[in-house]
Design a binder for this molecule. Structure first.
Ligand code: MG
Length: 261
């Protein structure tokens, strides 16, 4: 066999191999999807900064997006303190909640336990993020805020727990006095016309970059005593807890939300 015949044989062989591979796997274009095109969202400078489509719930200036959540009277203004770009719980004024109501969302919130925190167990920097406020007072689904850096309590009530329902996957607490982040993905529960549950609430939460709740299915609204249960509701406020104990006040900043429905 001379060189030109050898080259031709090699080329034919290579062509046969590529044809066989193509026919075994099919046309890759058949599995390409081109619609719908995701919307463009311009990210913030860092993952903590609000992206372009976020609703800013607190920008460091005022509590205009919030109201008092203590009573059924929803016209009462939020009673917490705003100073130096930070909201601080004002003990006894009641929890505060967003005026706007949400179904599914992505939420970013930053919180700080005071450096000089005192107390122990549940009485050490206790607050909380009620992912959906379903009634006046502290009624709803609570993601716990607490100092557990060097503090022991029941594990289904520690920082990052769904209070008395779901133990966090990790304790990612920073020291009191340092700012901490929660990034939360909330899927609201759905209900049938007759009030029965259609699909439960779900939550994924990341604490200081660490996954602490992984698509956790909720059993109902948070109960201090007894077992959680569901009661029909629709879009709801997001509420921050005034736990009202003697602990030094907790602060919040940089709160933004992206509705997902
Ligand atoms: Mg709490």
């Amino acid at each position: 066999m001379n060189d030109s015949v050898k080259k031709m044989a090699l080329a034919l062989g290579a062509g046969l191999i590529s044809f066989t591979a193509f026919s075994q796997q099919g046309d890759p274009k058949l599995t390409e999807v081109w619609q719908p095109v995701p919307k463009i969202v311009t990210p913030g400078n860092t993952p903590s900064d609000a992206p372009s489509d976020a609703i800013i719930l607190f920008d460091g200036r005022n509590l205009d997006k919030w109201r008092c959540g203590k009573n059924a009277d929803t016209t009462q203004p939020a009673g917490w303190t705003v100073a130096n770009g930070v909201i601080t719980v004002k003990k006894g004024t009641g929890s505060i909640e967003t005026k706007q109501r949400f179904m599914d969302y992505q939420l970013h919130i930053e919180w700080r336990i005071p450096a000089n925190i005192t107390g122990s167990g549940q009485a050490r920097g206790n607050s909380g993020v009620f992912l959906a406020s379903t009634g006046a007072g502290d009624v709803g689904y609570e993601l716990q805020v607490l100092d557990c850096y060097n503090n022991t309590t029941y594990v289904n009530g520690q920082t990052g727990s769904i209070y008395k329902q779901a133990i966090p996957l990790a304790n990612a607490c920073r020291k009191p006095g340092e700012w901490q982040t929660y990034d939360i993905i909330w899927t609201a529960p759905r209900f049938n016309e007759d009030g029965s549950l259609k699909s439960p609430a779900r939550v994924t939460a990341i604490h200081n970059g660490v996954l602490i709740q992984n698509n956790t299915e909720l059993k109902g609204i948070t109960q201090y005593i007894g077992t959680p249960y569901y009661k029909k509701h629709g879009a709801s406020s997001i509420k921050l807890q005034d736990h009202g104990d003697p602990s030094e006040p907790i602060s919040f900043r940089n709160i933004w939300v992206r509705p997902l429905d």
